[in-house]
Design a protein around this ligand. Structure first.
Ligand code: AMP
Ligand code: ZN
Length: 113
């Protein structure tokens, strides 16, 4: 298993976990780009969103749902936040295990760089 995020799921690499259910793990990003920066990942390895099959549709929605629950629990849902999934080189993806970024706690600019 040479995937960093699979290792975090397995617990062999530590992470500050914020969400854990049957299908999805949430943890804080090690290099935060906002006051709150978390990642929500499927527990099952999926390299990029391009690799999703029809069976993965619920799983991908599950990540956004878990992130929105966290935003509400933390109290910044109404102020706002951003969910981002980078894909491959032009998208800026560096870890090839699907992850949904949640960025919150400051006014984010648009368009992103
Ligand atoms: P991306 O560029 O979309 O692939 O995002 C990968 C993210 O994973 C980056 O924001 C990294 O800071 C984050 N990251 C890399 N290694 C770790 C780690 N061990 N624990 C938590 N986040 C990590
Ligand atoms: Zn993986």
């Amino acid at each position: 298993m040479d995937c960093l995020f699979c290792r975090i799921v397995a617990g062999t690499i530590p992470a500050k976990r914020i969400h854990d259910d049957e299908h999805c793990l949430g943890f804080f990003d090690i290099n935060p780009q906002a006051p709150t920066h978390a990642l929500f990942i499927p527990k099952r390895h999926l390299a990029t969103v391009n690799d999703a099959t029809a069976e993965d549709r619920l799983l991908l929605g599950h990540l956004a749902y878990a992130a929105s629950r966290f935003a509400q629990a933390q109290g910044f849902a109404d102020a706002g936040y951003r969910l981002v999934m980078n894909c491959n080189a032009d998208g800026g993806q560096t870890v090839f295990h699907v992850h949904l970024h949640l960025l919150a706690g400051r006014r984010l600019t648009w368009p992103p760089g």
